[in-house]
Ligand binder design. Structure first.
Ligand code: FCB
Length: 475
């Protein structure tokens, strides 16, 4: 790979010293099955809700689908080589549930299991630690046909699937996450309707949010019953909820948003109870919770994954909104961020709030005295810089990563136990409802030819990993 770009490309940024990371800090990159694999109807894979959703006209930008994606399924050897060239020490990927269980339960597709087994062997051959996520939103259509996670039984099917994968890969994969950002599948998928399966029903969203939590707890128990040598965790996307630029933002609204987005996930897992104030807010919307459920969810974990992109900057709310309307409105709160008040934002329109990253990690450390070690399981940005003479000088991505890694280091200095960092993403991919135009990769993908071109950020990240430090930036 090419050498890193010179620091002088950053104009008007303050000088920053080099920042070393703790010894044994784990450096990696992340992807997810539906976003990269392609081969959607090959190798015995069954359909998922994301196949159905992306094939429904009007749901995904430009009618894009994950049919081919990065064709990672066929290019897995080359992609692992790419990771080796980047010096990755770890790779976070997700398993397509319907590739291994085409109907979501029952019949096992050995060819699908063999694909992940091959990936894991390739990683281990090159000294790259695998970190597998079981659910990154691509629920098998066969389970959606029985109401997906609206159906309590799906939590048990998830536990069966978790046990199956540990049985197949647990001799080699030690780091496992049950879920990725379960908030997104619940609320973007069932309240906002912008993710699969595309429902707009607040009660369904809360029901899914609970059954995902239950599935997490049952999954952890099933995996521990298979093997005792696993590092089990889950991946949440917490965020600060702030009123920046919006002095009128309502305290009560902000408390509710914080409850739905943050405390709903951490409290049952770490404290064994849902937040009482939020249960009051939700009332009958949370009827799916049964006595004893939180005890199932409250399982000891070896680690937790934090995905962080930006702070939720809340705008004032309309006074006439009832709590049910808030539930409906909430998922779109991202669209009401005051990003226009920030001088810079990414191609997603997301504000850049690295100071919030430190605050968030410190808050979790303060609020939960049994917080397990943390890994940053996703952090990154979408920018589409041009290829000029075969080179992509994505200095805004380098700047974003620099700022966020410094923020992580600040949190570590304040006592937070952060053990590793997985950049999102290894390569450009299917960015859900936004299709292929939002480019998050350290590696650029030409979606016509599927050619891979490492951006300057890939070389920069390689050097960060090698030195175990973020380099100095000249003023
Ligand atoms: C996260 C998702 C990941 C990717 C990034 C940009 O919410 O977990 O799949 O879409 O956002």
């Amino acid at each position: 790979m090419r050498g890193p770009p010179t620091a002088t490309i950053f104009v008007a940024v303050p000088e920053r010293p080099a920042v070393p990371f703790p010894a044994d800090f784990l450096w990696g990159a992340a992807t997810a099955s539906y976003q990269i694999e392609g081969a959607a109807a090959e190798g015995g894979r069954g359909p998922s809700v994301w196949d159905d959703f992306s094939h429904t006209p009007g749901k995904v930008a430009n009618g894009h689908t994950g049919d081919v994606a990065c064709d990672h399924y066929h290019r897995v050897e080359d992609d692992v080589k790419m990771m080796v060239e980047m010096g990755l020490q770890a790779y976070r990927f997700s398993i397509s549930w319907s590739r291994v269980l085409p109907e979501g339960r029952g019949r096992v597709n050995d060819e699908g299991v063999a694909f992940y087994s091959k990936l894991v062997d390739l990683l281990l051959d090159h000294g790259i630690t695998p970190n597998a996520t079981l659910f990154h939103w691509d629920l098998p259509s066969g389970l959606e046909a029985i109401d997906g996670f609206r159906n309590r039984d799906t939590a048990s099917y998830f536990a069966d699937y978790a046990a199956l994968m540990v049985d197949a890969l647990g001799d080699r994969v030690k780091m496992w996450a049950t879920f990725n950002e379960p908030w997104c599948h619940a609320y973007l998928g069932h309240a906002a309707g912008v993710h699969a399966p595309g429902m707009r029903d607040p009660k369904a969203a809360v029901t899914v949010a609970h059954h995902e939590q239950l599935a997490h707890g049952l999954g952890v128990q099933a995996m521990r019953a298979e093997r005792s040598d696993l590092q089990l965790g889950t991946v949440i996307n917490p965020s600060n909820v702030r009123r920046e630029g919006s002095p009128d933002a309502d305290e009560d609204e902000m408390r509710t948003i914080d409850g739905i987005h943050n405390r709903w996930w951490f409290d049952p897992i770490l404290k064994g109870e849902y937040p009482a104030d939020l249960l009051d807010d939700l009332g009958p919307l949370a009827d799916a919770i049964r006595p004893g459920d939180t005890a199932e969810i409250h399982q000891p974990l070896d680690w937790m994954g934090i995905n962080y992109y930006y702070d939720i900057l809340v705008r004032g709310v309309r006074a006439d909104e009832s709590s049910v309307n808030r539930m409906l409105a909430y998922p779109t709160v991202q669209n009401t961020t005051e990003s226009d008040r920030r001088p810079v934002h990414t191609d997603m329109g997301w504000p850049i709030t690295p100071e919030g990253f430190t605050n968030l990690l410190v808050r979790l450390h303060t609020d939960y005295d049994n917080l397990p070690p943390l890994y940053i399981t996703e952090n990154g940005c979408a920018y589409d810089d041009p290829i000029v003479d075969g080179r992509i000088a994505d200095r805004r991505r380098i700047e974003y990563l620099d700022l966020h890694l410094r923020a992580v280091r600040d949190a570590i200095d304040q006592g937070v136990d952060v053990r590793g960092y997985f950049e999102w993403s290894l390569m450009d991919n299917f960015e859900w409802a936004l299709g292929y135009d939002k480019r998050f990769g350290l590696v650029h993908i030409d979606f016509d030819t599927l050619e891979r071109t490492p951006r300057d950020s890939a070389a920069w990240y390689r050097d960060v990993i090698k030195a175990n430090e973020v380099p100095a930036v000249e003023g």
